[in-house]
Design a protein around this ligand. Structure first.
Ligand code: NDP
Length: 399
């Protein structure tokens, strides 16, 4: 019996529930719990396999413990928000259950993306013989696994990585984010950091831009350098990496709206007084923006997320580009969601299957690059996200 408890019934939670229900060889029972149980029930109704639902406030450890003790899962899949990572890890420790998430912990009042808080659980998970798998989405997640694959099969030493995330899709809305708007805007407006010669180099948010020619007919798009959390674990676990950068595409329209929202103070994450009430402008903005879930039927086009790894093979410089292309409309036909939630939810389920089947096993807190990439990528392909590897080619150094 492998029962999973999914926490969070947003865009990603919906995909995770659908995909767990397709993996009946490995997952035998599913409970979907979230703050608003009606959202769990709406997802459960789309799925033929029985999905039990529950209400939980994941900020509250005793409530989580009660839920876990009642449901008795083998694994908790956390696809709520990054703010809930530590409370859910605490509840897993208290109840002796393994843990998986897709985004690193962030305190509500500082947009600070770092693993320190979760890595601090290493000894506690180890002592209890439990496993926590951090960042099992696409980026972080599959991008870590692609880097591990480059290190295992294609390069003797990885020296540089460029993680490149393109959403070449269009939802037709004037301004909307493809996943939780609060988390998305906190990430995009944070100072940029990249790794160079053993240290983090900080630059202004989205200040470095260039054009990148994406494969398979997607063509050239502007990419902007920003900080992204997987770089922190990758440079720790693959110490030959001298330079690590993360790039994302943004349309001119998205950037124009974002600039105005920032200039007028709507992306602030501190509290302001409004009509005798304290509100956080970014949380208010989230409430008026389109729900990312509503973009599913509207979004057309593809995503292309991958890693260019460069280094040494047999004494010579070599590069390898490893990527996936995912089609928004195909995702919607399959699981009623666009590709951003799909490319996050499918790797979460594949990570869960790696843990449940013992293909990835360990005691303590782990990042994705610490395990064998091949069984993960094999399963990922069979569950809808195939991997393309392009060896050699032009030495495409992004500066
Ligand atoms: P959504 O905002 O769509 O969904 C979040 C869900 O969590 C909602 O159902 C929400 O409930 C629930 N939730 C929030 N707070 C609590 C709480 N205190 N207790 C219980 N439930 C709560 O977000 P997404 O589905 O887009 O994203 C989910 C996660 O995936 C995020 O952590 C995000 O950072 C991560 N992500 C990772 C990516 C990757 O590639 N690694 C890419 C994209 C996202 P309610 O409906 O009541 O608000």
């Amino acid at each position: 019996m492998s029962k999973v408890l999914i926490i969070g019934a947003g865009g990603v939670g919906g995909v995770v529930a659908h995909k767990c229900a397709q993996a009946t060889g490995e997952i035998t029972a599913i409970t979907l719990a979230s703050r608003t149980e009606s959202k769990c029930r709406a997802i459960a109704e789309q799925i033929e396999f029985p999905v039990a639902t529950a209400q939980v406030n994941a900020d509250n450890v005793p409530e989580l413990i009660e839920l876990i003790e009642r449901e008795k899962p083998t694994l908790v899949i956390n696809v709520a928000l990054p703010y809930q990572d530590l409370t859910i890890m605490d509840a897993c420790l208290a109840t002796g259950v393994d843990y998986l998430d897709t985004a690193n912990y962030e305190p509500l009042d500082t947009a600070k993306f770092e693993y320190s808080w979760q890595w601090a659980y290493q000894e506690r998970f180890k002592e209890k013989g439990l496993m926590a798998l951090l960042g099992s989405g696409f980026d972080p997640g599959v991008t870590n696994v692609y880097t591990a694959l480059a290190a295992k099969n294609y390069l003797d030493e990885v020296h540089e990585i460029d993680i490149i995330d393109a959403n070449a899709g269009n939802h037709g809305q004037p301004f909307a984010t493809n996943f939780n708007p609060e988390i998305n805007i906190r990430e995009v407006t944070a100072p940029c950091r990249h790794w160079e010669n053993g240290q983090w180099v900080e630059t202004a948010p989205l200040a470095t831009k260039q054009s990148f020619d994406f494969p398979e007919g997607i063509g050239p798009m502007n990419i902007y350098r920003m900080y992204h959390e997987e770089m922190e674990s990758l440079v720790k676990h693959i110490p030959t990496i001298k330079k690590a950068q993360f790039w994302m595409t943004f349309s001119d329209n998205y950037l124009k709206h974002l600039e105005v929202l920032q200039n007028v103070g709507m992306t602030r994450i501190d509290e302001v007084e409004f009509n005798g009430q304290k509100i956080v402008p970014l949380q208010f903005l989230k409430a008026v923006l389109p729900d990312p879930g509503s973009l599913g039927p509207l979004t057309k086009g593809r995503t292309c997320i991958g890693v260019i790894a460069r280094g040494i093979k047999d004494g010579k410089r070599k590069q390898v580009y490893i990527y996936n292309i995912c089609d928004h409309e195909a995702c919607y036909r399959e699981v009623k969601s666009q590709a951003i939630s799909y490319t996050t939810g499918v790797p979460a389920v594949v990570g869960a299957i790696m843990m449940l089947t013992g293909k990835w096993r360990g005691e303590g807190v782990f990042n994705m690059e610490q395990f064998d990439p091949e069984p993960f990528l094999e399963k990922l392909g069979s569950m809808g996200l195939p991997t393309v590897v392009v060896e050699g080619g032009e030495w495409a150094e992004l500066t």
